[in-house]
Design a protein around this ligand. Structure first.
Ligand SMILES: Nc1ncnc2c1ncn2[C@@H]1O[C@H](COP(=O)(O)OP(=O)(O)OP(=O)(O)O)[C@@H](O)[C@H]1O
Ligand SMILES: [Mg+2]
Length: 261
């Protein structure tokens, strides 16, 4: 017997810039699509790094996440195929930066993305969030069932995390009481740098089971891949960066299984 299940929506979020949100969104989504799941990536960052990370041109105003967020375009009309089988994308455009201001005057400003994605049927929808705490991110946290928090293994990693957890709790208390944290993923781990292991231990002491066992190493093949407009699995499947994202996908899906029970 088959049943219609709504998509699992995962926001990849951390208000800090450059911690690996987009890298996680692009490569985790690719690794999950590679094992046969139907996956959508929604690029909600005006910078459009997830869009170019798949080698796609940025969207025009209405054919992008801007139009979808503001309810001017139907998500189904904006979705594009990517170079990855089974993986689809809602591209971003720089115009999305204006959405923060435009949402402000709307009454249902926190629910726009949730409404726009609600009729889509994917196994997983990953939202690549911009840095900061604007209305776009509140929309992402409202649209999501779960969150993945990438945390860069560097000295200030924990700084600002309390603020992120406060925001998550605020969203739970108001608009999305069932919001879960899938996990914290440690990124850009440098095994030659003692600081990385100190930070990783610290984070595990604080957040225990919330932290994925899989650690994403600092790997030049990852940044190279994004500059070629390819996920790491398509650029160099044997690299330690690709292997780590495949392992992260396996662990994420295991957690999904546990959560579904
Ligand atoms: N594991 C890694 N090894 C090497 N380089 C990495 C790794 N992860 C990310 N990078 C590089 O670090 C930079 C920042 O990563 P990314 O764009 O994923 O961060 P972000 O959190 O999405 O940033 P923003 O807040 O600007 O959206 C990029 O140039 C990316 O290619
Ligand atoms: Mg990004």
């Amino acid at each position: 017997m088959t049943s219609v299940r709504s998509s699992s929506v995962i926001a990849i979020i951390n208000q800090k810039g450059g911690v690996g949100k987009t890298t996680t969104a692009v490569n985790l989504a690719t690794a999950i699509a590679a094992i046969g799941r139907k996956v959508l990536v929604v690029d909600m960052d005006p910078q459009g790094n997830a869009t170019t990370g798949f080698g796609m041109p940025k969207g025009k105003k209405l054919n992008s996440s801007y139009g979808v967020l503001l309810g001017l375009s139907d998500a189904a009309d904006v979705i594009r195929e990517t170079i990855v089988d089974g993986l689809f994308l809602i591209p971003s455009t720089i115009d999305l930066s204006a959405a923060e201001v435009e949402l402000f005057s709307l009454q249902d400003r926190d629910c726009k993305l949730k409404q726009a994605l609600s009729n889509l049927h994917y196994d997983y929808i990953f939202i690549d969030c911009p840095p900061g705490f604007g209305f776009i991110n509140i929309n992402a946290l409202n649209a999501a069932n779960k969150i993945i928090i990438p945390l860069q293994c560097e000295f200030y990693a924990l700084e600002g995390l309390a603020q992120l957890f406060n925001t998550i709790q605020g969203v739970r208390n108001s608009i999305n009481k069932n919001l879960l944290i899938s996990g914290i993923v440690l990124t850009m781990y440098d095994r030659r740098n003692n600081m990385s292991s100190v930070i990783a231990n610290d984070v595990r002491t604080h957040f225990k089971h919330l932290v994925f066992d899989t650690v994403i190493p600092r790997n030049v093949r990852i940044s190279e891949a994004s500059s070629y407009g390819k996920p790491i699995l398509l650029h160099d499947i044997k690299s330690i960066g690709a292997i780590a994202h495949i392992e992260l996908a396996r662990e994420f899906l295991n957690r999904e299984g546990l959560n579904d029970k």
